[in-house]
Design a protein around this ligand. Structure first.
Ligand code: ADP
Ligand code: MG
Length: 238
C-alpha cells in the first residue's frame, strides 16, 4: 500500500457563520511525527476532531490508508487504527489507572483478561506501572496526560493523534513527554500532534503544519516554519 497513512483533502468545517477550518489539505506518511501548530483559536482541535471522526466536515474528505473514512464514526475510525487523546482529560477518576487503560484495550481485546494484559503492558511502556492500582483521580496533571496517551495507545493505533498533551507541563515534564512520543514512534506508530507551544514541538517533529484562523499559514521543515515571518507575526499577535 503506497498511499500516505493519512490524507486530509480540502477539508472545511463551519460553526454557524464561523469558518473554524477552511480548505485544509495535508498528508501524514507512515512513521512520521507531524506537528499541527497554531495560536489559540486557529482551528487545531476542530481539525483534530475532523480527523478522529468526532465531528463531520462541512466539506472535504479524510482518507486513511488510501480509503475514504469521512463517513465513518469515531469508534469505526479507531478500529481502523486512528487513536486519539482528548485536550480536556477524560479519565474516569474513580476507576483505577489500569481500568482506564483497559477501556482502550477492549477495542482490540474483547476478553477482559487479554485486555488487562494489554493495558498492563501499555502502562509499563508509558511509565505508569507503579500507579496502576491508584484511582485515576489521584494522578498528578502530568501523570494524567500520560494516562491519556496510554489509553489511546491501548487501542493499538497506526496513527496516534495527540491534542496538547504537553500543555501545562513544566519543561522537565514536557521533556519526558517528548521522550515518550519518540518511544511511541520507535514502535512503528505514526504521530500527529497538536500543540500550541512551538518550542516543545519543533525539536520533535519531522514536519510542521501551521494553522491560523482556520487556514494553512505554513507547512514544512520545523526550522523553515519557525523562521517564517507569517508564523512569527501570527504568534506575536496571539
Ligand atoms: P484551537 O484548538 O486551535 O485553539 P479550535 O478548533 O478549538 O481552535 O477553535 C477554532 C474556532 O472554532 C474558534 O473560534 C472556536 O471558538 C470555534 N469553535 C470550536 N468549536 C466550536 C463549536 N463546537 N461550536 C462553535 N464554535 C466552535
Ligand atoms: Mg485546541
Amino acid at each position: 500500500m503506497n498511499a500516505p497513512l493519512l490524507q486530509v483533502d480540502d477539508v472545511s468545517r463551519r460553526f454557524g457563520g464561523l469558518a473554524a477550518v477552511s480548505n485544509v489539505s495535508f498528508e501524514v506518511g507512515r512513521g512520521e511525527i507531524v506537528g499541527l501548530i497554531g495560536p489559540n483559536g486557529a482551528g487545531k482541535s476542530t481539525l483534530f476532531n475532523l480527523i478522529a471522526g468526532a465531528l463531520p466536515p462541512s466539506s472535504g474528505r479524510i482518507l486513511f490508508e488510501g480509503e475514504d473514512v469521512t463517513a465513518l464514526a469515531a469508534p469505526d475510525r479507531c478500529r481502523r487504527g486512528i487513536g486519539r487523546t482528548f485536550q480536556v482529560v477524560k479519565s474516569f477518576d474513580s476507576m483505577s489507572v489500569l481500568d482506564n487503560v483497559v477501556v482502550g484495550a477492549l477495542v482490540r481485546h474483547p476478553h477482559a483478561a487479554a485486555a488487562r494484559r494489554k493495558a498492563a503492558e501499555v502502562l509499563d511502556f508509558a511509565g505508569l506501572a507503579p500507579r496502576a492500582a491508584s484511582p485515576a483521580g489521584d494522578l498528578t496533571p502530568p501523570e494524567k496526560r500520560r494516562l491519556e496517551v496510554a489509553r489511546a495507545l491501548a487501542t493499538e493505533p497506526k496513527l496516534l493523534l495527540l491534542d496538547e498533551v504537553m500543555t501545562g507541563l513544566t519543561p522537565a515534564e514536557a521533556q519526558k513527554g517528548v521522550e515518550l512520543v519518540r518511544k511511541v514512534r520507535e514502535t512503528g506508530v505514526t504521530v500527529l500532534m497538536v500543540e500550541h507551544v512551538m518550542e516543545i514541538v519543533m525539536p520533535l517533529v519531522d514536519r510542521a503544519f501551521v494553522l491560523h484562523l482556520g487556514r494553512e499559514l505554513a507547512h514544512g521543515k520545523p526550522a523553515d516554519v519557525a523562521a517564517d515571518p507569517g508564523v512569527i507575526s501570527a504568534y506575536l499577535g496571539d
